[in-house]
Structures are given as C-alpha cells and as structure tokens.
Design a protein around this ligand. Structure first.
Ligand SMILES: Nc1ncnc2c1ncn2[C@@H]1O[C@H](COP(=O)(O)OP(=O)(O)OP(=O)(O)O)[C@@H](O)[C@H]1O
Ligand SMILES: [Mg+2]
Length: 308
C-alpha cells in the first residue's frame, strides 16, 4: 500500500501484511507529521482526504535588520522553536550565508534553501525536521550562488523566493525567516515574500540609527508590496544597569507603541545555548532568556494565557 503524507506529500510504501491492526497512525520520516493510516475498509474518500491540501492561514514573518549582531538569529530560532512548542507547525528558513540556524538547533542538514531555489533537490528533501513541529530550511555559504542567480534574472527576480517556497508554505502555521545583516537581493526577496517584519534592535545608539535606516529601506519595498508591515520591534540586550538602555527603550516606546515587544534581557545563557545545539527552552528553561522569548511567543501568537 502506498500512503501519502498529508503534510509534505511524500509517498511511503507500507507492507500491510506486517502492519498490526492496533497501529492506527504513522509518522512521516521526512517531515515528522503524524497522520492516520488509511485502511482498505476506509475506502477512497479517506485517502482522498489525506491528499487534500492543508488549508492553513500561514503567517510569514521576517526577522530582519540590516545591522549585524543585534540578535536576529537568536530571535528567529527561539521564536520558531517557541511557536512549535506552543503547538503550531513552523517552518524556519535561514536565508543567511552564515548558516547559523542549523548550528543553533544542533542539526546538519544535507540540503537546504540553496537546493530548493536551484531545484537540485525536490522541496520535501530540502527540509529537515529539527524538532517536533519545527522544520528547517537551512542556509549556508552556498546561498552566495543563489544571490548571483537572483541578480542574473531580469524579470520578477524579487519573487524567486516566493515561487520557491510556494509548494509547501501553506502547510505551516508560521514561516519564520532569519535574514543576513546588510541589504541584498535575498533580503529583498524575503521582504516580498512576507507580510510581517519583526525587527530585533539592540539597545544602543548605533542600533537605533540602523533601525531608522532600515525603516527607510522597508518603505521602498512597501511602495511595491503594500501588505508589508513592520509588526514587531523587539529590544534586545536589555541591561537595566546601563542607563542608556532605559532611555533608548522609552524612545522606542513613544515611536512604536503597541508594536514594541517586551525586551529580551542580556542573558549569558542565550549565548551559551547554540554551543550545545539547543534552544533556550532546552538549555536553560528557567533562565531570563527563556522567559523573555516565551513572552515574545505570547505576543506574536496573540495568546496572553499561553504557558501561564
Ligand atoms: N539577549 C542576549 N544576551 C546575550 N547574548 C545574546 C543575546 N542575544 C544574542 N546573543 C548573542 O549575541 C551574538 C549575536 O547574536 P545573533 O547571532 O543572534 O545576532 P544576529 O543579528 O543574527 O547577527 P548577524 O547580523 O551576524 O546575523 C551571538 O553570539 C548570540 O549568542
Ligand atoms: Mg544572524
């Protein structure tokens, strides 16, 4: 019997004679999705149902700021992992040549975003299931070639990522994209793909200047992509002992109002966790870093009661 995973559409050959009646569900070895096994007596309707496209309303969020080292990757990974822990199905896309998301999650994918965009590998094989409900499309050095590919395209080059992700993004509740520092063709592709931008900004004067610069660049994309909005500003590296932190925070508050998220404090556990290939919830669940990222997850999914 051939059964098709309703999430990633991969086919699985199953020997029915070796399948006990007690086994009612299967777990897809490619994407980790759990689904009921259709039995002969269930008839074609059930099989058809399994093949039906999941009709999810996917939220696409870019974690982005041109300035480097403000906590983009830390935020993208821990936000994605937190949403998965909250029960959402999440795809984390690393669009950075540094490829740190895989390292932070302790996985070594054989393929990733490059292979998806070049079409070398079928979409389902580009993803790796990093955690339960959390799939990863890894970044890395090879994305430099993808940037050249985008730059060479003369027509609708800004839509290449959107086209590449379209086969499966609707199977997720959230697609979270980590972006590289700077501003390049891949960043522009990310901004044309998403509707929401989440910007981590470290509480220092230079980062605020970077944020203003980034808002201007964002406005230039919004001219062509009206649905794009800066939804969340996340203050990072908050240190109450530094007077400047508080001052900058109140400036951000008056400017961004409800779009300003609760700050993520400076917490050494956040910088140690990647070395162990763990998220902050796994490495130090009781740490201030874990508490702050749980707060961010609540804000993004709009559920204030989550984990309380
Ligand atoms: N709240 C925090 N407290 C302490 N260390 C942190 C915190 N957030 C991030 N870090 C550490 O700061 C460094 C930079 O963080 P991160 O890599 O997430 O930034 P980034 O914006 O993605 O950088 P880049 O622009 O180079 O991609 C990392 O070593 C990370 O572990
Ligand atoms: Mg990064």
């Amino acid at each position: 019997m051939i059964i098709i995973c309703p999430s990633c559409k991969r086919q699985h050959k199953i020997d029915e004679t070796r399948l006990s009646d007690k086994v009612k569900a299967a777990k897809c070895i490619y994407c980790g999705h759990k689904f009921p096994i259709p039995r002969q007596q269930d008839g074609p309707a059930q099989v058809q149902d399994l093949e039906a496209k999941t009709d999810r309303k996917t939220r696409r969020i870019a974690v982005s700021l041109s300035k480097g080292g403000v906590g983009k990757t830390t935020t993208a990974v821990n936000l994605a992992a937190g949403l998965a822990l909250a029960g959402y199905k999440v795809l984390l896309v690393d669009t950075d040549t540094q490829g740190q998301a895989a390292y932070m999650l302790g996985v070594k994918p054989k393929a990733g975003l490059t292979e998806l965009m070049t079409g070398e590998v079928i979409p389902q094989d580009c993803m790796v299931e990093a955690r339960e409900r959390l799939s990863l499309l890894a970044g890395g050095k090879s994305l430099a070639g993808v940037k050249r590919l985008i730059a060479r395209k003369d027509f609708r080059s800004e839509m290449m990522l959107t086209e590449a992700l379209s086969p499966f993004d609707s199977h997720f509740d959230f697609v979270i994209l980590d972006t590289s520092p700077g501003w390049d063709v891949l960043t522009i592709n990310v901004l044309f793909y998403v509707k929401e931008v989440l910007t981590p900004v470290s509480l220092e004067v230079m980062a605020i200047q970077g944020l203003l610069e980034f808002c201007r660049s964002l406005a230039s994309v919004q001219t062509y992509h009206k649905d794009l909005s800066l939804r969340y500003v996340v203050p990072t590296f908050m240190d109450k002992r530094v007077k400047q932190s508080e001052e900058i925070l109140s400036q951000l508050e008056s400017h961004f109002n409800s779009r300003l998220c609760p700050p993520v404090r400076y917490n050494v556990r956040l910088s140690e966790a990647p070395g162990h290939g763990q998220t902050i919830y796994e490495y130090a669940p009781g740490s201030p870093g874990a508490k702050d990222y749980r707060e961010l997850v609540r804000k993004v999914c709009g559920n204030d009661k989550l984990w309380r």
